[in-house]
Design a protein around this ligand. Sequence first.
Ligand code: GLC
Length: 718
Amino acid sequence: MTTEIARRIESLIAQMTLSEKLGQLTMLAASLVETGPPGPHNPATMVREGRAGSILNTWGAKEIREAQRVAMEETRLKIPLFFAVDVLHGHRTIYPIPLAEACAFDRALWQRTAQEAAEEATRDGIQMTFAPMLDVSRDPRWGRICECAGEDGFINAEYAKAKVIGFQNAPAQPERRLAAVAKHFVAYGAVNAGRDYAEVDVSQRALEEIYLPPFQAAVEAGVLGIMPSFTDVAGVAMTAHKPLLDDLLRQQWGFEGVIISDYNAIAELIPHGVAADLTEAATLALKAGVDIDMMAGAYEQGLPVALERGAVSMDEIDRAVRRVLKLKFALGLFDNPLRGLEDISPTPDSDPSRRASARDAARRSIVLLENRDQFLPWTKAPQNIAVVGPLADAPSELMGAWCMAGEIDETVGILSGMRTAFTGSTITHAAGGDIETGDAQAIAEAVHVTQAADAVVLCIGESRHISGEAASRTKPAPPDSQLELARAIVATGKPLLLILVGGRPFVLPQWLIDGSQAIIAAWFPGTEAGNAIADIIKGAWNPSARLAISWPVEVGQIPIYYSLRTTGRPNDPKNGFSTCFLDAPITPRWSFGEGLSYTRYDLSDAQVSATTIERDGALDVSIDITNAGKMDGETTIFLFIRDPVAQVTRPALELKDFQNVALAAGARQRVAFKLHASQLAYPGMDLAPRLDSGRIEIHVGTSSRPCDLKRVDIEVRV
Ligand code: GLC
C-alpha cells in the first residue's frame, strides 16, 4: 500500500461518523434495482446513508451500475461498494464442482478454471469470490463435501494455491482479477455426523495435520480474504475464535486481508450460547478480528452500544475499517468504481474457448470406476441405446449446488451429449420417474424403452438441490425411488452403463454394482456435462481422473479415508481381535487415487537417488511408467510416505506429492519427484515440527491401494 493511499485512508476515517464506519463493516445481500418497500432497512437507503459498504450475490451491469451510482452520487463520502459472489467453479460458464475437479489432480487445470471464472465474473461487475472452499472432509453425509478438494489436506493445500493464483494473480489485466476468500476457516468438514452446522470437535493435532494446512497455503499464496465457518471448534465458535483468527492467522501466518463473517454468523453467536445479545456478539467478533458482518446487522446495531460500554474501542473499529478501505483501494475501485464491468454479460456461447475449456475440465474430472470386459469405450456403439433415469435429460441439475449465474439453457444434458456423439445409433429416452419421487408407470416405460434397446445408459443420482449447503443426508446415495428404477432396469439384463451424478461419494447396493458393466462417477460436470460424459463413453477422451475421496461400502464405515492410522491392532482378516467390522470390510468400495482408464499403466524400477537423507537434505524418487495399452492416455502418479516409528502414531500413508503424466500408447517415461527432508517432518508430541532419524517407507504409484504402489525405503539421519 502506497503512502498516498494510506494518507487517503486515514483522511477518510477521520471524516467518517460512527455509522459510516460501521457501514463499511456491513455486507448486504441485496438488489438496488428491486429494492422492496422504503424504510431504514431498504438496501438503497442503507447504501445512500453510508450504512453498507459491500454487496453479495448481485451481478450484471444493471444491478452493479445502480448500486454503485447510489454509492458514488448519493452518499456523503462517495466510498465505492465492492461486490462479492460465490464463484466456486465458474460464473456463467460452469466447470465441474471442486470435488470433481480435484479428481483431475491437475494444478494447471485448477488454476486455469479459476482464471477463466475470474475473467467472466469481473465482466459482470464482481470483484470478490467466496472461494476456494478448503474444508477437508471425509464424510459423504455432509452435503458441502461437493465444495472441497476431497479428503486429503495436502491436495486441498495444492488446490488452494492454484485457485488463489488463478483468481487473484493469473489474469493479465488487473480489472480481470478476483479477490479470493478462503473458506470456511476451519475444520467445517468435520461436522459431527456429517450434519451441516453441527459441532466440530477435532484435536489440535488434526487441525495441525489436516485442516489448517490448506488455509496456510492460501495465506502464503496471498489470499485477500478469509471466512470463518459457522461452527465451533472444540467449543470455541469460529466467528469469535481469537486464538485462530488473530493469534494464528494474523500474528503467526501474517495474513493482512479482510475477515468476512459467514451469512448472519455473528448473530449466531447468540444461539451458539457464547453471546447474550447482538452487542456481545459484535464485541466478540470484532475483537477476534472479523472485519465484515455479512447480513447479521450485528455491527450496525451492536457496536455503538459496545463502544458506549467500553467493551470495544474506536481503534478496534478503525482497524477493521482500515482493512476494508485498503481492500477497496487494492481492487482499484477508488480509481474506477465500475472496474471490469461490461454491459453485455459473458455466457458460455459468447466465448467458445471457454466452453471448450469447461468440456476439457469435465472430461478430466469424470472417474471411470468399473469397466467389465472392456465394455467401454463404445468405439463401435450399440445400434439402439436407451438413455434412462431422472438425470438423463436434466441439464439444470448438472451444474451443481453453487452455480449462481450458470446458464442453464446453455448447459448440455447427458441425453443431448449422447445424441450428438452417437449419430449412427438410435437413442431412446425415458426418465423413469422424478429425482426424488418414484412412479410405477414411469418405471414401466423406462423398462420398455430399455428392453427395446441393445444397451442402456442409466443416469441416476442427486439433484443439485440435495447437494451443497444444508443438504446433509444419512443415506449418501441416489434416492430410494431411483434405486427402485435401477432395480427394474438391471432386471432387464440389458448391458448397463451406470452414470452417477452427484456431489458426494455414494454408498451403492451390491446388486447395482454387479448389474452394471461399467460405472462412471460424473459428479456435477457443469455446462459441458453431456458432451464430456459422451467423450468418455465413446473414447474421445481416455478417462484420466482418479478419486480424491474414498467411496464407502456402507455408511457405517464413515469416516473412511486412505490416511487412517494403523492402530495397535492393524486389520488382520485372520484375527478377530484386530480392528475390523463384523458386517463390512474396513476398506472402501473405491479408494483414494483409484480410477480406471482404457489403457494399462505398468510401473517399474522405483529408485531413490540416495538411501539416506540429512536434516536439510533432499533426494530424487523416480519410477518408470509404461502405457502398455493401445490408447494414448494421462494418469497421476502419487508419492506417499509412511513413517513406521515416530514419537506419535502416524497415518498408514501420507501423500507428499503427485504428478500428472501424459503417455502415448506403448510409451515409457521416467517420473521423478524431489523429496525434501522437511516433507518428512510431522507434529511431534508437543505439536512442534519434528524429524527423527530412522527408516521412512516411500510408496510411489497410481493410487493409495497397496497393489498400485511400489516401495523403496530410505534412512533419515538427523
Ligand atoms: C453461505 C455459505 C458461504 C457463502 C455465503 C454467501 O451460507 O456458508 O459458503 O459464501 O453464505 O453466499
